[in-house]
Design a protein around this ligand. Structure first.
Ligand SMILES: [Zn+2]
Length: 252
């Protein structure tokens, strides 16, 4: 195989590599699509824990107030029974005063209980709301995950097909040239390792190729790299690139 034939084969290999690269990138990006759901769920879970804690605090406070209210009512009953059995005016006034204080206390406690009950309702409502939101996001995440699984399988099938084609395409290429190509493309944006040289210019970076190198390139006896972007150069007539302009891709 001549060097020129090798370079043309490498160009065909590169077409496959570029397709493989695009698919691989899409496949690698897929899990990130789930990350936003995960962060939303984790944020809401934190909020849920906070609201639950608040709700529990209110409930505890409510129970304490209800207990105090019961106690207060019992004491009031006792005071009233005591008042019925009173004999002296002085004693009556003292018990009456006691009853007044207990009544006042009952009022305060009843107000507390009412206020806490409505606070509890609000807190429990927001716990339910957050739980509903979490369930909705979890459901969306699950269906997205299933979709990704399906797409991933399709990508794998296509990647398998392209790798098969690549394995066929590299047959006959000198291992040394193939590894040079692999080394060049691995360090380049877009994975382009071999580029056409047309009318004295590198199509990879659009820089002018020094005339001496360009002349040697046209003779096709040895491998040449663009002095500017270091990619492997493949000499092409201006007319050739019209047909295969798809292969002139990439930048630095
Ligand atoms: Zn270049």
């Amino acid at each position: 195989m001549t060097l020129r034939e090798t370079l043309l084969k490498l160009e065909a290999v590169q077409e496959l590599d570029l397709q493989i690269g695009v698919l691989q990138k899409k496949k690698n990006e897929m899990p990130a699509r789930l990350a936003s759901y995960d962060s939303q769920i984790s944020l809401l879970t934190t909020q849920l824990e906070q609201k639950k804690k608040i709700s529990e605090e209110i409930e505890k406070n409510l129970r304490q107030n209800q207990g105090a209210l019961e106690l207060n009512e019992e004491r009031m009953k006792r005071s009233q029974t005591k008042a019925e059995a009173i004999k002296t005016n002085q004693e009556f006034q003292a018990v009456q005063k006691e009853i007044e204080a207990l009544k006042k206390n009952t009022g305060v406690l009843q107000e507390n209980v009412t206020k806490l009950k409505s606070e509890l309702e609000v807190a429990q409502k927001s716990v339910e709301d957050i739980q509903t939101q979490i369930s909705a996001i979890e459901a969306t995440r699950a269906s997205e995950s299933e979709k990704i699984g399906g797409e991933s399988k399709e990508f794998d099938t296509e990647l398998g097909r392209l790798s098969g084609l690549r394995a066929q395409a590299v047959v006959g290429i000198d291992v040394r040239h193939l590894s040079q190509y692999d080394r060049v493309r691995s360090g380049r944006v877009g994975g382009v390792g071999i580029v056409p040289a047309v009318s004295g210019n590198c199509k990879g970076c659009n820089m002018r190729i020094p005339p001496q190198i360009y002349n040697e390139l046209q003779r096709g006896n040895e491998l040449h790299f663009c002095p500017s972007c270091r990619r492997i150069l493949l000499y092409k007539e201006a007319a050739d690139t019209q047909k295969s302009s798809g292969s002139s891709a990439g930048s630095h």
